[in-house]
Design a protein around this ligand. Structure first.
Ligand SMILES: Nc1nc2c(c(=O)[nH]1)N[C@H]1C(S)=C(S)[C@@H](COP(=O)(O)OP(=O)(O)OC[C@H]3O[C@@H](n4cnc5c(=O)[nH]c(N)nc54)[C@H](O)[C@@H]3O)O[C@H]1N2
Ligand SMILES: Nc1nc2c(c(=O)[nH]1)N[C@H]1C(S)=C(S)[C@@H](COP(=O)(O)OP(=O)(O)OC[C@H]3O[C@@H](n4cnc5c(=O)[nH]c(N)nc54)[C@H](O)[C@@H]3O)O[C@H]1N2
Ligand code: SF4
Ligand SMILES: [Mo]
Length: 732
């Protein structure tokens, strides 16, 4: 017998509603289907969601804590693991201070509020300022801009897709990656295409031809890294022509100072920087400004380009000066059902911590992965000696992985919490099992406030965790208790946790045990918009209100209570870019390497699933066909791609077009998965292109490494060293 459980997929922020058929015992997933009764979020359903149980049943899955003994791992109990880790961490803290314990967490942790909240509680208990996170490889530019303009790092304005009549999509490929970023727009791309079919204008700005750009009315083939110049040019044209409009829904400060800066810019200069003719700039500016409704949307293509923070700021300003902010069909703020700024200030408290070596501040409470290797490798007071890596793979997803790998190998203690042992965990002294979202339940309290509609869905547990595996949050809490350091740094809280655990042993009181449910109950009640019981009562999801406009003005957290249009750090950086000479081509490294995603893999962690077949062809170097001809290359030829920091070998293929001089290699490949039961045995797919990325080059404001702007050389491999294209490597 089987039963259906309704939940949502947790791989990407499309959060597709799912109908999961499981056996009666709750042990086995029989089939995963889209939940067509979900009123909002199932239409993106893809094979990653369909095959989710395969990751849960991964043959290399870690199902018990594993301790490294020599070159092998031996199983241990949680009690042994926690006692040993607590003792070693306390010893390091007593000897070298709390900053000697570092932490990195990756993307999947952010998909579970309970785990990420109590992970934050553990870090506060440890008291370290050396916190690193995936945001520095992803959305930091948005956090910087939101903090400066709205007064809160997480106050995001999703795109109001259904009413939009002119989309200007920059640095995103939603046909592949779906529409989400720090905006959750389930079915977003399909809804953009529907709007286009009803007559909406669709402009895509990307240096490559993509599945998304092929659907656009206009594809702007921009010079990578120059989106800021493109946006400033559009703004200049709009202001000069008088097409700008007073923002109706939001109070603003500093527009005059910003317009002064716009006046300093020269249109021809901006046009040559971004490689877009003045004629095309005028055309796009006019279409955007004159459309009844419009939205400029910028995503990771900008964030990874070195100038993404200024680009993101100008993208918000383009929306503001054309009256698209918190207006129908523009960008709309959804307050959600909890007070996110308050929750965020608890999870990522404003930190005055500065990095020891480069003296950089934190962004959203965390330092940049670009600094991590140096902070581990450089001796001196404050050197990181122990690391906790939770659901992340920074050796592959971040820059200069070889150096980070070396750094991780020199730690006194490395603890990895993950489903499997990947590249970043290979030197781990302890491997702690992670759970799969099919095995967890919970309401993501932060997602409601970046959702494009007032929608909430409780994630129901579909199957039991693998025997003996504890949810991550339990490990974080247990570790803080064992270390005798107060969770969240709140004195007395550990006693409350213990008391609740003792009470939970009494029949009928189990549900009162301390855990994520406490936060769900408290924060939803404090938000006073929905009742938790009502959300839980609707397993297909709950559209709890109608869309409304005007909340942004009421929610701004700047001192002036207005949107700050001319923050000094952004004005200064923009002026610096304007004054800087146009970057020259380096004859030794004449190509610019950018990234793209694959429909059927998820960053570095799904390219081993044999059922997701497309990936087997995808880890190739894509080049413009004319560039290939110049180098005497043919489709399928093996090539070496080198940058100043490394080189990799792959086969080449003719891309679909786009700007000449661009080399595209998807990220996320080349991560080994180790077999914890067979020392040294691993499997690996493809090559890690981020080995070519220099960790020293960062966007100065967001501290995001230039994952997209790597200067590379491409050489044909001599027939003597030709080898079969990398498919699957299995090693000892
Ligand atoms: N060149 C280039 N590099 C990029 C990008 C790019 O576009 N180009 N994109 C960047 C972006 S946007 C991101 S978000 C980062 C991602 O960077 P990371 O988050 O560091 O890396 P992931 O590849 O997502 O690795 C996630 C890890 O979490 C584990 N995991 C999955 N689910 C769970 C779970 O439920 N519990 C636990 N404990 N572990 C789990 C997986 O096994 C995997 O090891 O990569 C960045 N790197
Ligand atoms: N299938 C799948 N879906 C995913 C993910 C995945 O790994 N696989 N990852 C998820 C995550 S964590 C994230 S953050 C989102 C990211 O989602 P998106 O932000 O849409 O990321 P990409 O699909 O990599 O698209 C980035 C685009 O930017 C372009 N680009 C590169 N450099 C520049 C530049 O300088 N300027 C401009 N204008 N464009 C540039 C690239 O050519 C590429 O087409 O996707 C999510 N969805
Ligand atoms: S991975 Fe696929 S099924 Fe899962 S949320 Fe994203 S689009 Fe939906
Ligand atoms: Mo991401």
């Amino acid at each position: 017998m089987s039963k259906n459980i309704y939940t949502h997929c947790n791989y990407c922020v499309s959060l597709c509603g799912l109908e999961v058929e499981v056996d009666d015992a709750g042990e086995k997933v029989i089939e995963i289907r889209p939940d067509r009764e979900n009123p909002f979020s199932w239409v993106d359903f893809c094979r990653k969601g369909k095959t989710a149980a395969e990751i849960r049943n991964h043959p290399q899955r870690i199902t018990t804590p594993m301790r490294r003994v020599g070159d092998r791992y031996v199983p241990a109990s949680y009690e042994e693991a926690i006692a040993d880790i607590a003792q070693r961490l306390n010893r390091i803290i007593e000897r070298d201070g709390a900053d000697a314990v570092g932490s990195y967490h990756g993307n999947p942790l952010g998909h579970n509020f309970g785990d990420s909240n109590l992970h934050a509680g553990l870090l506060a208990a440890i008291g370290t300022g050396n916190r690193f996170w995936v945001g520095s490889l992803d959305q930091n530019s948005l956090h910087v801009v939101q903090e400066e303009m709205f007064g809160c790092e997480l106050m995001s304005v999703p795109t109001d897709v259904d009413d939009c009549e002119c989309f200007l999509l920059m640095g995103m490929d939603p046909a592949v990656s779906r529409f989400g970023w720090i905006e959750i727009i389930p079915g977003g791309w399909k809804r953009v295409l529907e709007a286009r079919d009803r007559g909406a204008d669709l402009i895509v700005v990307d240096p490559r031809v993509t599945s998304s750009s092929k659907e656009a009315r206009t594809h702007v083939l921009i010079e990578p890294g120059e989106d800021w110049a493109f946006l400033l040019a559009l703004i200049k044209i709009i202001v000069d022509e008088g097409w700008n409009r007073e923002p109706e829904a939001v109070p603003v400060n500093g527009l005059d100072a910003f317009f002064e800066l716009v006046g300093e810019a020269d249109l021809d200069d901006l046009s040559s920087r971004c490689g877009v003719s003045v004629e095309q700039l005028r055309d796009v500016a006019e279409r955007f400004a004159k459309a009844r409704t419009a939205a400029c949307v910028s995503h990771t293509g900008l964030a990874h380009s070195g100038t993404g923070t200024v680009g993101e700021w100008l993208s918000q300003l383009l929306n503001i000066i054309t009256n698209r902010m918190d207006m129908p069909g523009g960008k709309r703020y959804e307050r959600g059902y909890v007070d996110l700024p308050k929750a965020w200030s608890m999870m990522a408290p404003k930190s005055k911590h500065r990095s020891r070596l480069r003296n950089l501040p934190t962004v959203a409470g965390f330092h940049s992965v670009a600094e991590l290797a140096d902070e581990i490798l450089t001796p001196g007071a404050g050197q990181i000696r122990a690391m906790l890596i939770c659901s992340g793979n920074p050796v592959v997803s971040g820059p200069d992985g070889d150096r980070l790998d070396k750094a991780l190998s020199e730690l006194e203690l490395l603890v990895a919490v993950d489903i499997v042992q990947r590249e970043s965990h290979r030197h781990a002294h302890w491997l702690i099992p992670g759970t799969h979202w099919l095995e967890r339940e919970g309401l993501h309290l932060a997602f409601g406030s970046i959702m494009e509609k007032p929608f909430a869905q409780y994630g129901n547990r579909c199957v039991n965790p693998k025997a003996g595996v504890r949810e991550e949050w339990r490990f974080f809490v247990d570790l803080a208790l064992k270390m005798k350091r107060p969770l969240f740094g709140f004195r007395g809280i550990n006693g409350v946790v213990r008391l609740s655990r003792a009470l939970a042993k009494i029949p009928g009181l189990r549900k009162f045990e301390f855990g994520p449910a406490w936060f769900e109950w408290l924060m939803v009640a404090a938000g006073r918009r929905v009742k938790l019981s009502e959300v839980k009562r609707r397993p297909h999801g709950y559209m709890y209100d109608n869309k409304r406009y005007g909340d942004l003005a009421r929610s701004l957290r700047t001192t002036s209570k207005k949107i700050e249009c001319a923050p000094s750090i952004l004005m200064d950086e923009c002026r610096r870019l304007l004054a800087a000479p146009v970057p020259k081509m380096d004859p030794e490294f004449p190509f610019c390497m950018v990234s793209r995603r694959n429909r059927e893999s998820m960053n570095s962690w799904m390219n081993e699933n044999a059922r997701l077949l497309q990936q087997q062809r995808s880890n190739q170097v894509e080049m413009h066909v004319e560039d290939m001809t110049d180098l005497g290359l043919e489709d399928g030829d093996p090539v070496r791609v080198s940058s100043p920091v490394g080189s990799i070998e792959l086969t080449v293929t003719a891309g679909t077009g786009g700007r000449r001089g661009i080399v595209t290699i998807p990220h996320g490949w080349g991560s080994r998965i180790f077999d914890v039961n067979a020392p040294g045995r691993y499997s690996r797919w493809g090559e890690n292109r981020n080995r070519l990325v220099d960790g020293q080059r960062i966007d100065p404001l967001s501290q995001t490494p230039l994952l997209n702007m790597t200067r590379v050389r491409v050489e044909s491999l001599e027939p003597a060293v030709r080898r079969a294209p990398t498919r699957r490597a299995v090693g000892q």
